[in-house]
Design a protein around this ligand. Structure first.
Ligand SMILES: [Ca+2]
Ligand SMILES: [Ca+2]
Ligand SMILES: [Ca+2]
Length: 224
């Protein structure tokens, strides 16, 4: 019995360790130049994670604004954030491209803010091919104010994104009411859970130990 309890405990510890979400892509924008449309991830599990801002968005309507520690990863300095401006760009946005190979249940978080005339009717969309995008949830507001707020989108129910070589998340800005309207975004994190294959390997090893332990037990009499 003691062996069984120990093995069960070991299994629970194993499951707890491998089912935690880990960072797979992160942008802190602290080296953003205020013009570029392609922004490589500052950290990513697999190489090649990047942001592509729509080519139709003029560089003059992009800038590096004051960043934030809101949702910063690993004690990153606030530094700068990427700022999107101008109601002429309503309906345009940017796409994050990253690998979900070996990972599932992605969660997107970031710090966001906007000006009073800024983008307040925004969409998060996802895609498995970079061509066809589907909106996730309802429209969201980046919230007016100087202070950033943390936004969280739990995409664990979108199983099409699990364990694929390239996943796409897109933020589309809308609702700005004049040319000085802005939204700023900083400290984008995508966290995910290691795929069940590795979970199953660990689980099988633990279960094997339990089975061996049980077989060694003497059979018990059945009391009617
Ligand atoms: Ca610029
Ligand atoms: Ca920053
Ligand atoms: Ca999932």
């Amino acid at each position: 019995m003691r062996a069984l309890i120990c093995a069960t405990g070991l299994l629970l510890i194993c499951l707890a360790n491998v089912s935690e979400a880990d960072l797979i892509a992160n942008w802190n924008f602290n080296s953003y130049d205020g013009d570029a449309h392609t922004i490589a991830a500052d950290r990513s599990y697999a190489p090649g994670a990047s942001i592509e801002i729509d080519g139709t968005w003029p560089s003059t309507d992009l800038s590096a604004s004051t960043g934030t520690s809101e949702n910063a990863f690993g004690g990153d300095a606030p530094g700068s954030a990427v700022q999107f401006s101008n109601n002429a760009n309503n309906g345009e946005g940017f796409t994050m491209e990253f690998s979900m190979d070996g990972w599932y249940d992605p969660i997107l978080t970031f710090g966001g803010r906007r000006t009073g005339n800024g983008f307040d009717t925004n969409q998060l969309l996802y895609s498995t091919d970079g061509v066809t995008f589907t909106q996730f949830g309802g429209d969201f507001d980046t919230v007016q104010g100087v202070n950033y707020q943390t936004f969280l989108f739990d995409l664990s129910t979108i199983n099409a994104l699990d364990n694929i070589s390239t996943a796409y998340l897109r933020i589309q800005w809308d609702g700005a009411s004049n040319s000085s309207g802005t939204a700023s975004i900083d400290n984008i994190q995508i966290n995910a859970v290691p795929e069940p294959a590795s979970l199953a390997m660990v689980g099988l090893a633990c279960c094997g130990f339990i089975v061996v332990s049980r077989r060694r037990r003497k059979p018990r009499k059945v009391v009617a």
